[in-house]
Design a protein around this ligand. Sequence first.
Ligand code: F6P
Length: 544
Amino acid sequence: MQITGDTYTYPSWSQLLSHKEQWQTTLAELFVSAPTRTQDFSLQAAGLYLDYSKNHLTAETLGLLTNIAKEAKLPEAVAGLLGGDIVNNTENRPALHTALRFQGAPSTPEQEVVAETLEKMSPFVRSLHDGEWLGQSGKPITDVVNIGIGGSDLGPRMVVTALADVKKASPQVHFVANIDGADLSDVVKTLNPETTLFIVASKSFSTLETRENALAAREWVMQGGCAEADLHKHFVAVSSNIKAAVEFGIAEQNIFPMWDWVGGRYSLWSAIGLPIAIAIGMDGFQSLLKGANAMDQHFAEAPIESNMPMLMALITFWYSACWGYNNQAILPYAQRMSRLPAYLQQLDMESLGKQVDRNGQPLKHHTGLVLWGTEGTNGQHSFHQLLHQGTQGVLVDFIGSVKPMSPLDGHHTHLMSNCIAQSQALLTGKSLETATKELLDGGASASDAETLAPHKVIPGNRPSNTLLLEQLNPESLGALIALYEHKVFCLGTLWGLNPYDQWGVELGKQLGAKVYPALTGEPLPENWDGSTKALVELVNKGSL
Ligand code: F6P
């Protein structure tokens, strides 16, 4: 798709653009000229602290961005989202993931069914913890394997990894997603089929990977001595397609419902979160919901200027629309949050990677950024070189915890020094003068210093956000995830698109279903392109 210059119809758009064109200040200068900058450009909400002062922003910028948010009717859109409007217009559905984490007594039909489902989850989870759920040979379940992919995998896997600290001793929770058989075989090779329970997690119950893995798991359990009549002791499912789950062979009483008003990538708060509840207990799961609900309240109530998800979205909008940024790095300085970037990749890119507006008209501006990242400090010894000296602009979110996440306090101090120093380095950089002086002070000759110094120059003046949790726990993690969910919604509104469909993934599935027969003996269609035919022939040949 060719976009030569972003164009918006917002009345304030030209003002924002000329504000950018006149931009001359550096980040360092902004800090010098306003001693209260950090207080002015930071806020706390739902137990999270956001420092967005290391961005190319002034009060004037924020004023213009706020105007754009109003012109996009962002507050009205948020009210519509939370109130159950059909925000997913191409699938004619609301997106009521916020109803999954309501607090107090249920007050809507959606909250009623959510409460019923939590009540069904609770004894099931307890029976696993208490060793009361027995496998076919009468032994308690020691291992639970979640079979699901995309939204039925990434969220629960990320949360279970992040909250390892509050994990129950038993059962152990594992995840299988890929259609590469190595995934399932690697997981089950250390497990006992007599004491393993599978959760088949699929909103649609029609996803190829999940179906094939579930079939293979059933085979494995039966090879372990389980009669067909006892399979219900080893398989439960989570789905909105109860009929398909029953037809697959899951006992009806073992099916936990979800609903079409919950998008797959927004579903970890539903029964799709069973692996989370099993790993950390129902209390922990409820705390996760509580944290997310606190962010929902903030999102619903705070004015644009102090609304954390709205501000984060407006900052991304500003950089994407006016500065040409198309990359977003997520850098959690927390080993246990290593899965956060992968989770956010689906949340953000499956939601915002769109080329038409809500009415199907081509957009005249860029949309979703490429999101990637890894846990700090590991990334520093890998791609941070590009962040500091590369020619591509990258937006960076640093995420850290004030309190240590392990008994090794000293490690935490190093971890957070690095986290803080990285955003400082992006801001300040290193001048030619400083690089030269450092070389001379280190004993280099004047000529060597002159040759080497340009390689050591770091331009700086590069933006970043820093998000701090007081402590990594279910509540703060819930708030953090909800923050990014809402940021995505705001960007969808500002960009004029529907963030709740994902038609782009369908063509690959359709074509995959046509390539499969060609790899299993059917003749290749004449009209296929040469590359596709050659690849199929090579795989069929079985050697290069
Ligand atoms: O292929 C994309 C997708 O539809 C995601 O949106 C979804 O999270 C994933 O597949 C899994 O879908 P399901 O839960 O229906 O198996």
